[in-house]
Each structure stands twice: as C-alpha cells, then as structure tokens.
Design a protein. Structure first.
Length: 442
C-alpha cells in the first residue's frame, strides 16, 4: 500500500474538542470521524485495528468452546416486556416504532433475545452447557457521551451468554470466560485486572470487571498491588483448575468503587500494597442464575422436572479497546504510539527519502515491500514527497511498530531498521524480515 493512495486523513494539530490522548490521536491520524454526538464512522486505519482486536477476541471465545452467532441490532420490545426490563432500562434505550406502529428498540445488550433463541430450541439438559456469543453493534443513549469511542452511544461489543443446569455448572462456564478474558488481554499486550464489581442493570450477584490502569479511566478502583503479579496462564480447561485460577486473583482485595469498603480494604491489604487509582473497564462478566430464564420461562427437562436454566453474560468492549490500547501504549512525552504487533494496522512502515529526479529509493522500497509480502509481512510505503523527519514524526503517531528508513544512511543491501521506540540498526532485508516475523509469533 502506498501512503499517497491510502485513506488516512491526518490532521496537522490535535483537535481542540478531544480531552484525552486516545481521542486526540484517533482523530489526529484519521482512525475515526464523528458523525453525530457519540456516533462515529471508522476509517481504514481504525477499522483495521478494530477488526484485528475482534479476531483475537473471537479466537479466544472459540478456544473455550463458545459458539458464534449473530443476532440483529434491532429487537422487538415484546421479550423485554416479558423480562420486565423494558421499563427498567430507562432512557438509555433507544426506542423506535416501525411503520406498523410496533415498538422496537436498538439493542443495548442481548440477554432477552438470546434467551428467546435458546428456549425455542433447547429442551433437554443433555444439550447443556451452551455458550453462545456474538460480536455486534450496540446502542446506549448515554447522557454524556465522551472521550470519543470510549464512552459513546453506538459501540461494538462482544457479548456471550452461558446456559447451564446447576449453579455449579454455571460457575464452571463463568470461569471459562474468566480464562478466555485473561488470554485475550494478554494477546493484546494489556495488563487487565479482574476486579469484583457491581452488576447494575444486568443484575445478579457475581461479577468481575476487567480493568486497565489509566489516569483517564472512568472506573475508580481499590486494589492490592500484588494482584499484578499473579501468573494467569492455564492450559487445562477443567472445573477445579479454573476455579483455582479465579481464586488466585480473588486472594487479593481488588474492587471497583461500588464494592469498596474502607475497613475491609485496610484490614486485608498491608499499607505498602494499597493502590487507589483509576482504570478503563474493557470487559465485564456477570452471573445472574435464573434472573432472565424464570420470567422468560426458559427451562430444560431434567429427569422429568422442569429446571430453569442458570445463565451468565460476558461482555468485551471491542471498539473501546482501540482507545484503551492507545491510553496504555501512547507515550505523549516523546509523541510515540506503539501498537502491539498483534493488532497493528501494518507490521512495518517503509519510509524512503524521495528526491524529485531520483526514483531509486522508491524502487528500493517497492522491492522491500514485495520481499516482506512474500514473508507475510504487511507494509505501507510512504511515497509522499514530505521530508524524512516529517514522515518519521507522522509514523511515530500512527504507531506501526517497525520502520525501515531509506535515506542517505542506507548502504548497499543494508537498511536503517528500527523498532519505533528503539535504536536504529543496519540490517539486510532477510534479517529485518526475520525480526518482524519473530515478533509476530509471540
Ligand atoms: N450484557 C452484559 C455483558 S455481555 C453487558 O452489556 N455488559 S456491560 O454493560 O458491562 O458492557 C460490556 C462492555 O462494553 C463494557 O465492559 C465496556 O467495555 C463496553 N461498553 C459499555 N458501554 C460502553 C459505551 N457507552 N461505549 C463504549 N463501550 C462500552
């Protein structure tokens, strides 16, 4: 891809309306464009990143045995009336009437709809557990949408739902998602900590938020610093190992402010380990038993008895994660953003110095591009006639983690290669490709 042909509308300066660095950067490098309050279009750069995040989320849902479906954005009000949430949800729900005057709504979440799908076809406990998820746009008419796509009205969410016969089975499902979240955030190179949380309008009494530390986050948290050292990987998906995994985190006091209790905090956390700070909620999981299955009359047959299924739901803010990664990885002191290679829009930027009458650097760039492509490395060539330092500055903001600079300093078959925030090295193209490929494997 040539930069001159790409649709990456860069702004000269930070837009005044943006208050936090992720919002500033996303507008500045043309990742998103606001279409109305709290509603955004995703431009190629931002969209590519979001799609890569989505794919990682999907793979980690599949890995714990969840099955992907796709439910619509527009729902009928009927099932929401059945559950009793049609009134309760209040003004955050966008209500619409169709031409037949039927009450419809733009889904803020899908507990009712997925329960209705489940009850119409699953009759026996032998089909349990069922873990279903979809990745779909949601709409919540937030009173104060802010910080760009961090708290907006239309956003992209992965929501999963589990159906089990007993509480015990349901905790096993809960713990599978708990594990899948740890794996997902690790692949995104984020340190997201599970914290005991309030359940709000979703309901239930067991819930964790997954939080990334950030000064600009909207969640207040109280935690024991030692939770950051918990080694989280488990390869076995089995009841007791997963329940131990969750316990390893729950051993440390770690809560959002709705759950905060000063005495408990001070009693269970030695002073030197107490941390009271802010974070961004990137995921939220809930266990709510038969809160929806009962009013929606969703039961399975178990030895002749009708048992209401036990349910949980599990959300990840896929679009919010784009902003959250920027908050975690953008260094505004040196103006360098560095996307984790797992979600970077390109693996490498080829940055040639271009003189009007000399096309040799552009030819070199094309050859490098083709070679990298043969090694499955996705590059972008900056073929514009900006000077080299302006180009580097621009790519430092875009955040592609590797740069090949083709200027006066490249000699013979050696090129100036650097990790965006590292020291330049002189390497040949095979060495460059092998370094990037290695990073992509991790
Ligand atoms: N039904 C449950 C779980 S599937 C649910 O809706 N949970 S939630 O309300 O906590 O949302 C899940 C995730 O979506 C949150 O953790 C957050 O990352 C993201 N999210 C929620 N509201 C917004 C919003 N207004 N803008 C961007 N992301 C949001």
């Amino acid at each position: 891809m040539y930069f001159s042909k790409s649709f990456i509308p860069i702004l000269k300066n930070n837009p005044a309306e943006a208050k936090i660095k992720s919002h500033q950067l996303m507008l500045r490098v043309g990742m998103i464009k606001q279409s109305s309050a709290g509603i955004y279009s995703w431009l190629p750069l931002g969209f590519k990143i979001m799609k890569k995040i989505e794919q990682i989320v999907r793979e980690e849902q599949d890995r714990v045995g969840a099955q992907e479906i796709l439910m619509p954005t527009i729902q009928s009000s009927e099932i929401w009336k059945e559950s009793g949430r049609y009134e309760d949800y209040g003004e955050e729900m966008l209500r619409i009437k169709d031409r037949q005057n039927r009450e419809m709504l733009y889904g803020p979440t899908n507990e009712e709809l997925v329960t209705e799908i489940f009850r119409s076809s699953v009759k026996s406990y032998k089909s349990l557990p069922q873990l279903l998820y979809h990745i779909q746009w949601k709409f919540r008419d937030e009173l104060r949408p802010r910080f760009g796509i961090m708290r907006c009205r239309e956003f992209y969410m992965k929501d999963a739902y589990s159906f089990d016969l007993t509480d015990d089975d349901a905790f096993f499902s809960y713990n599978k998602f708990f594990l899948s979240y740890l794996r997902t955030f690790k692949r995104l190179n984020l340190s997201a900590i599970p914290m005991a949380a309030d359940t709000g309008p979703i309901g239930g009494n067991l819930s964790h938020e997954f939080i990334i530390l950030a000064d600009t986050g909207e969640s207040k948290i109280y935690t024991d610093k030692r939770i950051f050292e918990v080694e989280s990987e488990t390869t076995i998906i089995e009841k007791s190992s997963l329940s131990n995994l969750r316990k390893e985190f729950e051993n440390f006091y770690s809560v959002t402010d709705e759950k905060f209790n000063k005495d408990e905090f001070e009693k269970s956390v030695p002073e030197e380990f107490r941390l009271n700070t802010k974070g961004i909620e990137v995921g939220h999981i809930f266990y709510f038993g038969d809160k929806y299955s009962k009013p929606l009359n969703t039961a399975v047959d178990f030895n002749g008895n009708k048992e209401f299924v036990k349910m949980g739901s599990y959300g990840i803010g896929v679009s919010r994660l784009v902003g959250a990664i920027i908050e975690a990885k953008y260094n505004d002191k040196n103006g360098i953003m560095k996307w984790p290679i797992s979600v970077s829009p390109y693996d490498c930027a080829i940055i040639p110095m271009i003189n009007k009458n000399d096309t040799s650097n552009l030819e070199k760039s094309n050859n490098i591009f083709e070679y990298l492509k043969s090694k499955n490395i996705d590059a972008i060539i900056d073929d514009t006639d900006e000077n080299i330092s302006a180009k580097i500055k621009k790519f430092n903001l875009i955040g592609i983690p590797y740069q090949i600079i083709i200027g006066n300093k490249s000699e013979g078959d050696l090129f100036e290669f650097k990790e965006i925030d590292g020291e330049p090295q002189k390497l040949n193209i095979e060495e460059i490709a092998s370094q990037i490929s290695k990073a992509k494997l991790n």
